[in-house]
Design a protein around this ligand. Structure first.
Ligand SMILES: [Zn+2]
Length: 293
């Protein structure tokens, strides 16, 4: 009897829930680890150009062509919802223009923007912070806004702004508006320590490289580890096996490659369940060990 109960719980924990939102099917996936209830919410499917990848070898070039013959990388744009013991935390918010999809995803989860207690931003790129504002106003009236301390320090440093390219300057401007609108509700967190004492086992993971303070989110519980690795990689079909391959989106391609190599090795060695912001799947999975990074 006990055995069957455990089996049933295991199945229930990993039950897939794909519910129509905005009149169309949107993939959502929910499960729990320890006392944290976790939902991966996909806002849209979006193609990235395979030309963003920076192959350094013939083998990498060939792998890219094989994986993406049309030159397009089809991914979901995933955000995360973490709940438990009074915490209702959204990890990333999508673009400004995916606001309606974010609303639909929250409705699916049975919550309103007012219910969100915290928004954790994995980094300051516009496909992650865009949903913080709606027509220039805060989308989450009661939420605390959390960046890694390093990310916040980088994008608020006048010297970095002065040296920035035109594209990067837009990120500084967007951060100005976020800081103006959310004021002292914006603060920094440190990777490697629990984000909430009320909901232990949830930590930011230092993934500096893609941006200076880029983080993933790690949830541990029930002897399992789940990692939402944000923008650690953008082209899963090639970068999971060739982690030295960076993309134009990585601000420091060498640091990003090193971080990717280390994280993928650890993910395989420790059997992490993973997904990320730009992945061809929503439901977290363990990496195959057929190819070593
Ligand atoms: Zn991104």
């Amino acid at each position: 009897m006990k055995k069957y109960a455990a089996l049933f719980l295991g199945v229930a924990m990993l039950a897939l829930s794909a519910i129509p939102a905005s009149g169309k099917e949107a993939p959502y996936y929910e499960f729990s680890l320890g006392s944290a209830q976790i939902q991966v919410l996909s806002l849209v499917e979006k193609d990235l150009k395979a030309a963003i990848l920076q192959p350094g070898t013939e083998a990498q070039r060939a792998a890219i062509t094989r994986a993406y013959p049309e030159g397009n990388i089809r991914n979901f744009l995933n955000v995360l919802l973490l709940r438990g013991n009074g915490i209702v935390a959204l990890v990333d918010t999508g673009f400004v223009w995916t606001g309606p999809e974010l609303d639909a995803a929250l409705r699916h989860a049975g919550i309103t923007p007012e219910d969100i207690t915290h928004v954790v931003l994995t980094h300051a790129h516009s496909d992650h912070v865009g949903g913080l504002l709606r027509e220039g106003q805060p989308s989450f009236p009661k939420a605390k806004i959390l960046f890694s301390r390093k990310e916040l320090a980088y994008w608020t440093n006048p010297a970095n702004r002065a040296a920035a390219s035109e594209g990067a300057r837009k990120i500084f401007q967007e951060m100005d508006i976020i800081l103006r609108e959310y004021g002292d509700r914006v603060s920094g967190i440190e990777p490697g320590t629990d984000i909430w004492k009320e909901l232990p086992g949830i930590q930011a993971v230092d993934e500096a490289g893609h941006t200076p303070g880029h983080i993933g989110i790690r949830v541990t519980g029930d002897n399992k580890t789940f990692v939402f690795w944000a923008d650690l990689l953008h082209a899963f079909a090639v970068q999971a096996d060739m982690p030295s391959l960076s993309s134009d989106y990585d601000m420091d391609p060498a640091a990003a490659a090193q971080k990717r190599t280390d994280m993928l090795r650890q993910a395989r060695a420790e059997g992490w369940l993973i997904t990320g912001s730009h992945m061809p799947f929503v439901q977290p999975r363990a990496l195959t060990t057929t190819t070593a990074p």
